[in-house]
Design a protein around this ligand. Structure first.
Ligand SMILES: *[C@@H]1O[C@H](CO)[C@@H](O)[C@H](O)[C@H]1NC(C)=O
Ligand SMILES: *[C@@H]1O[C@H](CO)[C@@H](O)[C@H](O)[C@H]1NC(C)=O
Ligand SMILES: *[C@@H]1O[C@H](CO)[C@@H](O)[C@H](O)[C@H]1NC(C)=O
Ligand SMILES: *[C@@H]1O[C@H](CO)[C@@H](O)[C@H](O)[C@H]1NC(C)=O
Ligand SMILES: *[C@@H]1O[C@H](CO)[C@@H](O)[C@H](O)[C@H]1NC(C)=O
Ligand SMILES: *[C@@H]1O[C@H](CO)[C@@H](O)[C@H](O)[C@H]1NC(C)=O
Length: 418
């Protein structure tokens, strides 16, 4: 009873403050100064906390980004972007708006009983945190299957992006146990939210909406591939389309900040003769909100979904769609980064990177590879499907990269050294 009365009072005070603030904005400067002083005394700074809220940092200019791209790039697969500026500033301002809307309310919504919606929780997470970049991961399997290696992907992500936010969209993590698993990060002040997807809301207003309706009504066969995997392929596209940011699979070691990259997708393989990309991958996607390429990906998914063909709705899909672009035209609005950026190790050769060197020539080879990775790669995709059974041997390349990129440095695979 008393609680709710106090809440009402606070709400009233808030309204009053907002009124005063909007009034103040219309006054000439001298009067304004006087009023501010009065207000300071009266309200002991609380009014101005409105203005002291951290504002999301402005993203770097496209010229910086283009420099980055060129630097990492073979010219034939460089597809310069013209839309970077407009669309990235768009998403900045929408984030800013969200911050303003909710930060003026000091009143916390009541917790418990009725779970807040996906939309509200994401909005509230983003408004509470100032996110240098926004990362998304998806985990649509059981929490038991989330192991040390997946955990390490998050650890390495935060090592290079301590001021970024991570939204882990997951059916299984959005519970007490998931919170506990992520607690070491949140205890350190790192910003991570595990949230159960509301597919109906997420897919709304995209071409995936109808696809999902048909799926729910079982109007087509889901196929032999686990549905989770395909939903994850779609989910990443739609999340980036709706929110903008960086999508990352859970089998990476992140080596460097991705903050300066905008609207990029990574090539996994390059044709040795033409030097053009031959296969793209969707394990990392960095896109502004509402990016037209994402829309094309989503449309393609809904149109050509095939639950029986591995990769068809994922890596092959993004390759298929991008291949339709005329790469000699200069206004595609996105760039394809070379394999060295995210997929520096071919999945057929990954085991070598887990092993310790056996003799001097291997030591030399490892040293050279490691130097190259540290210099040219943003992240290393580990192809968990191939590598999860491999032991991480001490002194091997993966072991050394993990030592570079750890925060807690106690992953069981690092135990031998720490
Ligand atoms: C879908 O679009 C309608 C009309 O533009 C809009 O009112 C609604 O908020 C949108 N819904 C979502 C979930 O984006
Ligand atoms: C989901 O994806 C997996 C792997 O890509 C595939 O084997 C499976 O058939 C797909 N199933 C559905 C319903 O998409
Ligand atoms: C691709 O774009 C270039 C330059 O804009 C143009 O000259 C060329 O004809 C286009 N090719 C195709 C196949 O559309
Ligand atoms: C080093 O070890 C590798 C793998 O065990 C072997 O293939 C290679 O011949 C060895 N090289 C030398 C110089 O001993
Ligand atoms: C390894 O590198 C060192 C120094 O760069 C060189 O002296 C040595 O000959 C190399 N060994 C082999 C087996 O390549
Ligand atoms: C590593 O340390 C963190 C934080 O202290 C802890 O929560 C986590 O369980 C540890 N992990 C392992 C594998 O020991």
């Amino acid at each position: 009873m008393e609680e709710s009365r106090r809440t009402e009072q606070v709400v009233f005070l808030q309204k009053l403050k907002r009124l005063i603030v909007s009034f103040v904005c219309c006054l000439p400067m001298s009067l304004l100064g006087l009023l501010i002083m009065l207000l300071l005394i009266y309200n002991s700074f609380s009014v101005f906390s409105l203005y002291l809220d951290p504002i999301p940092p402005i993203k770097p200019t496209p010229s910086l980004y283009q420099h980055q791209v060129l630097h990492h790039h073979h010219p034939s697969i460089s597809l310069p972007s013209t839309e970077t500026l407009t669309s990235s500033s768009k998403s900045d301002s929408s984030l800013l708006l969200a911050v303003k809307e909710t930060s003026s309310g000091l009143v916390q919504k009541p917790k418990g009983k009725s779970r807040e919606s996906f939309k509200t929780r994401i909005k509230s997470f983003l408004s509470k945190s100032s996110c240098e970049s926004l990362f998304f991961m998806t985990w649509i399997s059981s929490i038991e299957s989330f192991g040390d290696r997946e955990w390490f992907t998050i650890e390495s992500l935060f090592k290079s992006h301590p001021n970024s936010c991570l939204i882990l969209v997951s059916n299984s993590f959005d519970c007490e146990r998931g919170t506990l698993i992520l607690k070491p990060f949140t205890d350190k002040g790192l910003k991570v939210l595990a949230i159960k997807p509301d597919f109906t809301y997420i897919f709304k207003n995209t071409s995936a909406e109808k696809w999902y309706e048909r799926l729910k009504k079982r109007m087509f066969s889901p196929g032999v591939i686990p549905l989770e995997q395909n939903l994850s392929n779609l989910l990443r596209l739609v999340l980036l389309y709706k929110y903008g940011g960086i999508y990352l699979d859970t089998d990476f070691i992140v080596l460097k900040s991705l903050t300066n990259l905008h609207n990029v997708i990574g090539a996994q393989a390059v044709d040795v003769v033409t030097r053009k990309w031959s296969r793209l991958n969707n394990a990392v996607l960095i896109f502004d909100k509402n990016h037209p390429l994402l829309e094309k990906f989503i449309n393609e998914f809904s149109r050509t979904f095939n639950g029986n063909r591995w990769g068809h709705n994922g890596p092959y899909l993004v390759s298929r769609v991008v291949a339709r672009f005329n790469t000699s035209s200069s206004d595609l609005g996105f760039s394809v980064l070379p394999p060295s950026a995210f997929y520096p190790v071919d999945w057929t050769k990954i085991s070598r990177f887990y092993r310790a060197s056996a003799n001097e020539s291997e030591v030399n080879w490892s040293r050279k590879r490691l130097m190259h990775l540290r210099k040219h790669s943003f992240a290393v995709h580990l192809w968990n499907r191939e590598s999860k059974k491999l032991r991480i041997e001490e002194g091997g390349i993966i072991h050394q990269l993990m030592s570079d990129s750890c925060i807690f440095c106690n992953s069981s695979s690092l135990h031998s050294t720490y």
